[in-house]
Design a protein around this ligand. Structure first.
Ligand code: GLN
Length: 200
């Protein structure tokens, strides 16, 4: 079995732990370096990317997580987690830093004030059995995708149709939306498969 940590500084930690457990992983909250050292992979939940950045530093986790990512640890980032795993950010606070890892430029709060939150059905490459219900909450989108990364999902209808909202780069997966709030665990299933594959 694989052990997947959920960064437990902010966000829907319990929901991610539950979804990962449903998909057969051993899922544990991660708040300390010793806990990080014990996991095969990490989920970074949504919340507020600038706050999670500050908390990562306050808990002395920023560099250890970055080191693990550079060593090839699989990671899945949702919403603020996507921002933290992106190499470049637009619309952030001045000097906003990210852990990086995924060769994309994301735009924070990209969908605009009128549509702070919205829901739509879309397909993700690697997720089987039909479209997913995707819930966006003050979400980023991906504005540029570098050669190392692959688009695996876009908004399919409405005013934001065509916007990139899911990207994969090797063992790293990011989505603009929150799969942990719907009870549909297929994105977590995909991530657990990625973790298993990375172990050979
Ligand atoms: N707007 C938030 C940020 O910039 C992300 C929102 C979310 O994670 N639901 O970090």
């Amino acid at each position: 079995t694989v052990t997947v940590g959920v960064l437990a500084l902010q966000g829907d930690v319990r929901e991610h732990v539950h979804a990962l457990s449903t998909e057969g992983a051993t899922a544990v909250p991660v708040r300390r370096v010793a806990e990080l050292d014990a996991v095969d992979a990490l989920v970074i939940p949504g919340g507020e990317s600038t706050t999670i950045d500050k908390l990562l530093r306050a808990f002395d986790l920023f560099e250890p997580v970055q080191r693990r990512l550079r060593d090839g640890m699989p990671a899945y980032g949702s919403c603020a987690g996507m921002i933290l795993l992106a190499d470049r950010v637009l619309g952030g606070i001045e000097g906003q830093r990210t852990l990086g890892g995924v060769d994309v430029t994301v735009r924070r709060n990209a969908f605009g004030r009128q549509v702070d939150s919205f829901e739509t059905d879309l397909s993700i490459e690697g997720v089987e059995d039909g479209p997913l219900h995707a819930v966006f909450i003050r979400a980023p989108w991906v504005e540029e995708v570098g050669p190392a990364a692959s688009v695996v999902g876009r908004v399919e209808s409405g005013p934001a149709a065509g916007r990139i909202v899911a990207v994969r780069q090797g063992p790293l997966l990011v989505t603009s939306f929150h799969p942990e709030v719907t009870g549909d665990t297929r994105v977590h299933r995909l991530f657990v498969e990625i973790v298993r594959e990375s172990q050979g």
